[in-house]
Design a protein around this ligand. Structure first.
Ligand code: SIN
Ligand code: CO
Length: 374
């Protein structure tokens, strides 16, 4: 990608990926020049109190941090006395269409790498303390100002017994005050501390870096429903053994041969990854249409206006396969480009040459709340 982007401080995507992504921090003044945020502190607190939202409340009293997790009541935000505090709300893109639109600016990173948009609010002095995250993040400043301090230090020792992961020996290497529209990119493990200068809202576009251990364990879970190993243990040549309690080498060899028959290929890994990475987080749910249209009306509306992915839907694709909210589907090859377009853009308007099978699939997704009519 050769275009120089304002949001990358005049770098092209290729240069950003080559020189900064996963490598080193980048401060971008006025990455989003008119950006003033998408919601105000009160609206964020209302969102933090909704039952299907994951939020955290961090308070700091005389330098000691405390952490509370949602669900919250509005009264939880009434009186902080002399404490500094901040509220952090995950997955705002699942609730606010403007937040989902904001994420589209970051589509130069594959959707499979994206986690979510977290929004925080803190009055003066609030923050979560010096820490590092295991993932890449773009920290976009909304309203107010935040003092960011960062360090590429190797010392990752944490304060023992603290309810949050706070670095014991944070050594500031660089610091800046970010204004609305400024953005700081941090690669994984880069230590950082953000302190609100005034009433401050920060938008964190976070990515995911799944641990290989988790991927391997989940792949085995995926595989257990799909493997077939035929046959039963048999020992027509059984010989006597001096210790009946001993598992014989013959038995071990036979079972080892049977287990070697468990096979998987790249397609299994692709299907597993598509399902795993598009799986909704546990608190996410899908709303079926209240006044669901019948199939004929749905088809008319579909052909007139197209469909959009619901804010909570996650859709990925690979080589003829489509993955939506943890489910895999192999559509007709002629429908694949349409569905890939829906996964790329979260909207499908050009509905020419659509097969009856795909209309039926889209109708089911509509009833499940995965998509809605545009
Ligand atoms: C914040 O928005 O206060 C914290 C974001 C972070 O440091 O990861
Ligand atoms: Co962080």
């Amino acid at each position: 990608m050769k275009n120089k982007l304002t949001m990358l401080g005049g770098l092209t995507v290729d240069v950003f990926l080559r020189d900064y992504w996963q490598k080193k921090p980048l401060l971008i003044r006025q990455a989003f020049p008119q950006f003033k945020g998408l919601l105000d502190p009160q609206q964020l607190i209302v969102l933090a109190c909704e039952e299907d939202v994951q939020a955290r409340l961090v308070t700091q009293t005389r330098g000691k941090f405390d952490l509370l997790h949602s669900p919250f009541e509005p009264s939880d935000f009434d009186n902080f006395g002399k404490s500094k505090w901040t509220v952090l709300v995950q997955g705002v893109n699942h609730h606010l269409p403007e937040a989902a639109e904001l994420l589209k600016h970051f589509s130069f990173i594959p959707h499979a790498r994206l986690d979510d948009l977290m929004v925080s609010y803190a009055p003066k002095g609030g923050g979560v303390g010096p820490h590092f995250d295991p993932y890449d993040v773009f920290l976009l400043q909304g309203t107010g100002h935040r003092h960011w301090q960062i360090s590429t230090q190797a010392d990752r020792t944490l304060i023992e017994g603290a309810p949050l992961r706070i670095l014991k020996n944070f050594r500031i290497e660089q610091e800046w005050i970010l204004e609305p529209g400024d953005m700081l990119y941090l690669p994984p493990q880069c230590a950082h501390n953000g302190i609100a200068e005034d009433n401050c809202m920060t938008y964190s576009i976070g990515f995911r870096t799944p641990a290989y251990q988790e991927l391997a364990e989940q792949f085995l879970v995926y595989l257990q429903d799909r493997i077939t190993v035929n046959g039963l243990y048999a020992d027509p040549e059984l010989k006597t053994q001096s210790h009946p309690s001993e598992i014989s080498t013959a038995m071990l060899d036979q079972v080892a041969d049977a287990i070697k028959k468990v096979r998987w290929d790249k397609q299994d890994i692709a299907n597993f990854l598509g399902c795993y990475l598009s799986e909704p987080k546990p608190h996410i749910f899908f709303e079926s249409p209240g006044d669901g249209l019948n199939p004929t009306k749905f088809k008319q509306q579909l052909q007139k206006n197209g469909v959009v992915l619901s804010l909570t839907s996650q859709m990925l694709c690979h080589d003829g396969w489509i993955f939506i909210n943890g489910e895999a589907l192999q559509p007709n090859p002629s429908d694949y480009p349409l569905l890939r377009g829906l996964a790329d853009e979260r909207v499908l308007t050009d509905i020419k040459n659509i097969s009856p099978a795909l209309i039926a699939t889209l109708y089911q997704w509509y009833l499940d709340g995965y998509i809605s009519l545009d």
